[in-house]
Design a protein around this ligand. Sequence first.
Ligand code: HEC
Ligand code: HEC
Length: 308
Amino acid sequence: MIAAGLSYVKFALPNVGPAPDMQIEGTMAQIERGEYLANNVMVCMECHSQRDWTLFLAPPKPGTKGIGGEVHDQRLGFPGKYVSSNLTPYHLSEWTDGEIFRAITSGVDRDGNALFPIMPHPNFGQLDEEDIKSVIAYIRTLESVEYDTDPSESDFPMNFIINLIPQKAYLKPAPPKSDLVAYGEYLSISAMCATCHTQQDDKGAFIGPEFGGGMSFKLDDGSIVRSANLTPSPTGIGTWTRESFIQRFKEYADSTYVPHVVNEGDFQTTMPWSSYSHMTEDDLAALFEYLQSLTPVDNIVEKFTPSI
Ligand code: HEC
Ligand code: HEC
């Protein structure tokens, strides 16, 4: 019974249906929107680049934007080795628009193999179809870079469990921008705020109160950074104003900002400050209003434990 069950999970799943039949026009408006989303909201480029962790906020190493190759493995607490893919035409030009769309929103590659959800397909599958199409239109315009990434591989038992994770997408239209709280929630799903700001078990299920913070991230040198409490409690961001919230992001948008060198044991973070800092003020304001509408959770987070 168990063997039959396991082989079903391994060989018959995931089953998210065929890639949708679509042809994305790639209008200027789509490319512009996609560039904004891929760099500053859905932050594809944050993961699909090779990052320099010796600098604060780990900016992409020159020439690696979009080419993938960043490794998320056991050293950082992952149940396997997951390597971000090359998103430039060198790797994706043979894929149909529908195959890329399905990978982003349902989490399977071209051949139907499951993608580990560090690739945030469970979030992206809840977004507006037009936003996903815009991202694809944009990545089609990236300069092609001949670069082959190592394959990803899950350890046991994740090599079975991973096949249960991909889901059919349930896309829905974005709420109107004038509804700040609803649009802020939409942005929060697009930008994976809850994913990092909620404590999870090792399978990614939420075990702490949503947005309560305290999710820990292991860094290369063994230090641990923990996400902040984003709820409107005094222990979260309850005393922040809309202006101070926007300002906190915009400090990294300044063209004169130069990331400092991070030595072993120094504070480093996984919070994508730099990518998000170029979000529009309207979008940051919507995020703030959404976060302020949440139920306050009292949780004091110790943000950083250095390795030395
Ligand atoms: C938090 C990190 C992260 C973010 C953000 C992210 N990805 Fe990924 N992505 C990955 C990793 C890691 C993989 C490889 C997963 C695996 O092999 O199981 C991947 C896989 C993929 C694949 C499958 C490619 C293949 O060869 O199978 C596509 C397509 C993709 N990502 C596109 C995107 C796009 C477009 C965005 C933004 C809308 C995005 N990703 C955002 C980490 C990320
Ligand atoms: C990849 C994980 C990750 C994602 C995604 C992420 N955060 Fe964070 N965030 C962190 C970590 C870790 C910290 C604590 C360290 C620091 O301050 O940089 C943090 C800190 C913060 C802080 C500082 C709070 C304080 O008390 O100083 C704010 C505000 C914040 N995040 C907002 C957001 C919002 C809004 C989003 C979504 C748009 C988001 N974060 C997405 C990991 C993440």
